[in-house]
Design a protein around this ligand. Sequence first.
Ligand code: GDP
Ligand code: MG
Length: 341
Amino acid sequence: MGIFSRIKQAFTGEEPESSEQEKYDKGLEKSRKTFGQRLNSLFANFRTVDEDFFEELEETLIEADVGFETAMTISRELQEEVKLRNVSDPDAVSAAIIEKLVDLYESEGENEDNSIAQAESGPTVILFVGVNGVGKTTTIGKLAHRYHEEGKKVLLAAGDTFRAGAIEQLAEWGRRVDVEVVRGPEKSDPASVIFDAVKRAKEEDYDVLLVDTAGRLQNKVNLMSELDKIKRIISREIPDAPHEVLLVLDATTGQNALIQAKQFKETTDVSGIVLTKLDGTARGGIVLAIRNEMHLPVKLAGLGEQMDDLRDFNAEDFVYGLFKGLVREQPAKEEAETTEE
Ligand code: GDP
Ligand code: MG
């Protein structure tokens, strides 16, 4: 079923929801409310679809963090459509906007692989990068819990030796979810801790090694060259590792998250994104921006601070959660139905 019809069905209460969907829904409640309120007040304030309307629409979309390019594309395409179909009623445009966002989201995501890569043999090594406070250590704890529950042998590497308390924080997660942690003294060389961890993962047949890193060193250049060094040490021991370099981004920081993504992508081979704190933000639209402008797959979503609050990112469920309940009248109904598979 096409996602647009799912959104419509949810609106009319026809579709039963899975618990997975409920989790997304709860996590996205704030985003949806804000986004919905903004769109609704936009529609309420305009009697006709004119130039001002589109300017306001662009602003609304940008404020919802869908990204500048995305906002402009949607506005441009809608203007063309409005001309073509000769509509002037804002309500008629409402459904079309959501349809456009969903379309765009789906086309950008074509052939996207958001599963986590696994080693063909030997340990799978996943490196976590990102600035301080975004949720790297927490995500590692949650993912360690998931793999441990699946019966995998999991090892953690406390590679953030720079920040006071960071090693103990990871060690605490290790105790909580019952997995081993390789650690060194504070301020020691992270490369040596990570080297020890990779060696141990190989020698003792671990299935997964999750590597924590510092989010901040003396400066950005240092941080990037440190990450480079860490990657080289890992691949010297296991040639096809790291199998994933996951950039962790805090959804509550909105456009800042996008800037961080740009900076890391320029200097590191990021293979995917973990978007955290989606439970505490009205800025869920940032996912659209990251996907459409960075062309990086969002692989995991953080929906809380507990060990169970991590989800594989499912684009369709996400978009559905974001727009559910937004479609009011359905003047674009016929078009929507013909676009279903
Ligand atoms: P790091 O510096 O990147 O390692 O970030 P931490 O893992 O230490 O996380 C920083 C703070 O964000 C902690 O208080 C976490 O509990 C919190 N946090 C991490 N992920 C999430 C999430 O998905 N939702 C919420 N609400 N808080 C989170
Ligand atoms: Mg940390």
